[in-house]
Design a protein around this ligand. Sequence first.
Ligand code: S3P
Length: 450
Amino acid sequence: MELRVKRAPRIDTEITVPGDKSISHRAAIIAALSNGACTLRGFLPSDDCMHTLNALRVLGIQIEQPEPDVIIVHGKKRVLAPPKEEIDCGNSATTMRLLAGLLAGQTFESRLVGNASLSRRPMDRVIAPLRKMGADIIAEGPEQTPPLRIRGGSLRGIHYRSPIASAQVKSAVLLAGLFAKGKTTVDEPATSRSHTEVLFNYFLVRTAKDEKGSVSVFGDQVPESRDFAIPGDISSAAFWLVAAAAQPGGHLLVRNIGLNDTRTAVLGVLVRMGAQVREAIEDVDQLEPRGIVEVTGAALKGTVIQGKEVPQLIDELPVLAIAGALATGTTIIRHAHELRVKETDRVAAIAHNLRTMGAQIIEMNDGLEIHGPAPLHGARVASFGDHRIAMAFAVAGLFADGETVVQDADCVRESYPGFEAALEEFTSSKRMRTSTPVIGSLSPMRLAEE
Ligand code: S3P
């Protein structure tokens, strides 16, 4: 499939986005370990999350899916069945790394495989801590890359100081910690997304957090089965938020999105770049905050994205780079070396495609320096098989002269099934509404700084 995009008409619309990918993976896994049936609504039926569901089924968990975004997971009190086949994680590193943690706690042997792209991604980051906990885990690939062969059981709790701020690493260790003797603690150099800890608490698994941000879980706990509603994914909303922010006078309201504060750094960046952004949390009943974000666009200005902010907007960097190309002045993204080991080398992919569309951009080892504003011109650009590159360049096409064609864009299904239709609807005049500000007439629990 190709995405064909033309310059956006005036943006003034209201949308919702599909369920959060990170939360969908974790809710399904924790529900599978629980002591009964859990109905998960708002589940993201994307390729990545379906690989996690299929993996849980191979491990003996019964899962019904009465509607695409509703699943009923029948937890079996932490009892998993030895898999009769290898477990296919597709292109989902979250599936592979979280399952590595889960399987490290099982006495049977399992083998995790991935597609060609996942087979090039580093797994030493989870292998090292899981081995320290006592798991027998080997990477069969040439550079500690997949497939993974795991035989676990009798784990001991450790205090792991992760050299990288990665929620996948933290979550793999914490999931293994649920099967370990004693307490398992993870420290990271900067705080990554906190969904595993939050969902553990929601499903009544005891955790602890100290003042430095270290997270601990105590072994031998069974999650309590409960129903859960997954909020919309702010990383998917980010494509539309940037589009509205970069169009002076553009106006967008996104309802029912996850507003966990380890995920909202993208909003702060848009504020720094000059857009008007308001955030209102409407509900924290299920511990993961959800609410509304409203953006009014402006002539953006360049900014610097670096340091502890980076892990909290890592998935939004491709589309923020597009915002940088449209902004006046220089936008610098650094300390983002992790971008080089995503579904593709995103630093190289962004630089290549933005140059093709006429932007001035310097590639650095750990990021990008973008000189805007670029008069972008439509072009044929590659997705590099990476969903977020495909969607970010569809947004670039909304600001380019002529037609932009994003080739090989089926990969959008990994995180955003329905993106193509959403793109069409987003830019269709049928979606016009009056641009009366909505937040402000509510009494929000929290408003983002403006
Ligand atoms: C994710 C964590 C991030 C993110 C990925 C999803 C998760 O990866 O890029 O899309 O659900 O834990 P890292 O943990 O490797 O930074």
